[in-house]
Every structure is written in C-alpha cells, then in structure tokens.
Ligand binder design. Structure first.
Ligand code: ADP
Length: 304
C-alpha cells in the first residue's frame, strides 16, 4: 500500500527549475532511497513534504489523504542543516523536541533516556549541547527523531559525521523501523548504504525523476551483460560469450553478447559437464548506476 504519493510536483525558484513534474510513491513499511547529485531537487521535495515551502503545481497524498499540516505530527524529519540549542542540556532539548510533536513530558523524558542509552550517550544526559562532539550531536539529533517512532521518517544524510560503528548502529535502527512496519525515506550519497538498506529508490537529476524502482531492478537495468562463475574446471569456448576474464583461482567473469540469455550459458556449462560452484548475474553497483545516469545524462528505462 502506498503511504506517500507525490503527484506531478513542480517548483521553480525564479528562473531555476528545482522540480519538474516529479511523481513517485513510497510504500508502507519500506526504506526508500531518495537519490540525486547536489542541486538535483531532493531538499526541495522534502521541504515541500514538510510544508516548509509550497510546490507551484502538483499534489501530495499521505496516509491515504490529501496532505495537510495535521499529518506533520506523524512525520519525523532529520534535516540536512542541523542545529540544536548550544546552551541547553541534552535531555531538555530532546524532551522539548518530543513535546513539540505531541508527546507528554514524562513519556518524552523516558523515551529520551532510553534512546540516549541506545546511542551509548547515557553519560551525556546533563551535558550542554556545546560539549558534544560533532558525531555525538548527530546521534542526539537522530535519537530525537527516532524516539517519536514516526510512521514516516525522512532522514537527510543521517550517516554524515558518524564513525563505522555508529553507521552500523543507524543502519540497524533503520532496519528495525522496517521490521515494525514503519516507513523511512533515506536521502544519502552513500551508495553502499542504499544497496544494503533500501527497498526502492527514486533518483532525481536536474529536477526530473530519472530512475525509479526496486534497487535490484534498477541495478539490473544498468548492468552490463556479465555473469560470475566459480568452477574448479577449465572453461570451454561458449556460444554467446564475448569474453572470459579470470578473476582469481577458479573464478571467472563472463562477458556475454547483449542478446545472450545467461540461462543458456548456464545450460551450456551444465551440458559440458562443468562443475559449477557459483553462477550469478553480476549487477552494477549503485555507485556506477548513479555516475552513469548523472554523467551520461542518461534517461533510462525505468523499472516500474
Ligand atoms: P538537492 O537537495 O538535491 O541538493 P535542492 O532542492 O536544494 O537540491 O536544489 C534544487 C535547485 O534549486 C538547485 O539548483 C538550487 O540551487 C535551487 N534552489 C534551492 N533552494 C533555492 C532557493 N531558496 N532560492 C533559489 N534557488 C534555490
């Protein structure tokens, strides 16, 4: 079921077209990647969703209704430009933010303490914000959003400034949200995180939606016709294979002709009595997809 629906959104800032007829949906319970190079229009889209700015045309449907301000209590938002009140205590800031989104004081306090523990920040409860390192501040901000347990959460570059341990922690927390059926929109330039976390993605480029679909579908659509094969046997000449490259002991990369069905290559290997320990279609990394689309100005066939 779609939880969020962007329909034909357009937005200009003077002569700059920030969004040009962008439509896509986000399904309930998924992790959705909102991707695109700097200046593509991602923040504009998010700001329209958060009712910070208005679209020129188009509409948004969320939670099955036309979007209105009352929905904002159910949407958590970690903005890219972050600011907390430097002189305030960590716990006071978190309770304040929780109360803004409708939590009672006691509930906000309990949840804040629990989430600070989860982020290994229990010792900072009474610290002033200015005493926190950059990474710690970042964690307090993420905790302040997640403690609301919003049905829909928009995280803009949540991994920036975090060490690998904390990147892993935030990944886990996002996966836990999915496990609870909660929906997360993740805007990030870290394509490894997109591959491991996201179910589907939309990429915008110069204000237009240029890629849209499941992560595997998108990677498949942008992949070269290549398969990886592991076998202890020597490979015979194979019809439909343009080139065979050795990748290591018993590991091969087969570059197929565009019209070759990988299935037929597998059948041929089996017929030749080759012992196969691995046979897989090699998918382009998301980073390659991103670069090809952005640099090539490629308007690709989209996976629906
Ligand atoms: P992203 O978040 O993908 O980096 P933005 O949505 O911030 O992209 O920007 C999209 C385009 O709109 C860019 O060309 C940017 O310069 C322009 N833009 C964004 N905000 C404003 C603004 N307040 N005034 C004028 N131009 C803006």
């Amino acid at each position: 079921m779609s939880l969020l629906r962007f329909e034909h959104l357009s937005k200009r800032y003077g002569d700059v077209v920030a969004l040009d007829d962008v439509s896509f949906t986000v399904s309930e319970g998924e992790v959705f990647g909102l991707l695109g190079p700097n200046g593509a229009g991602k923040s504009t889209l998010i700001r329209i969703l958060m009712d910070i700015i208005r679209a020129d045309t188009g509409r948004i449907e969320v939670f099955g209704e036309a979007h209105n301000r009352s929905h904002l209590d159910r949407i958590g938002y970690l903005p890219e430009e972050r600011g907390l009140y430097a002189k305030q205590k960590v716990i006071d800031v978190m309770v304040y933010l929780g109360r803004l989104k409708g939590l009672g004081r006691k509930e906000a306090r309990q949840r804040s303490l629990a989430w600070l523990e989860r982020f290994d920040l229990g010792h900072t409860v009474r610290w002033r914000i200015e005493r926190l390192s950059k990474g710690m501040t970042q964690k307090v901000q993420i905790a302040s959003v997640l403690l609301l347990e919003p049905e829909l959460c928009v995280l803009d570059e949540p991994f920036s400034g975090l060490d690998p341990v904390n990147v892993r922690l935030v990944e886990t927390l996002i996966e836990e949200r999915r496990g609870r059926g909660q929906t997360t929109i993740l805007s990030t330039h870290l394509m490894n995180q997109v591959e491991t976390l996201c179910d589907r993605v939309a990429m915008v480029h110069q204000g237009k939606r240029v890629v849209y679909g499941g992560v595997d579908e998108v990677r498949r659509a942008h992949s070269l016709p290549e398969v990886g094969v592991d076998t202890p046997d020597a490979l015979p000449t194979l019809a439909g294979v343009r080139e065979i490259a050795r990748e290591g002991e018993g590991r091969w990369r087969l570059h197929l002709f565009p019209e070759t069905d990988p299935q037929s290559v597998l059948a041929e290997l089996v017929r030749a009595g080759i012992r196969i320990e691995r046979f897989e279609r090699l998918l382009a990394p998301m980073a390659d997809v991103f670069i090809r689309v952005v640099e090539g100005g490629e308007r690709v066939q989209e996976a629906a």
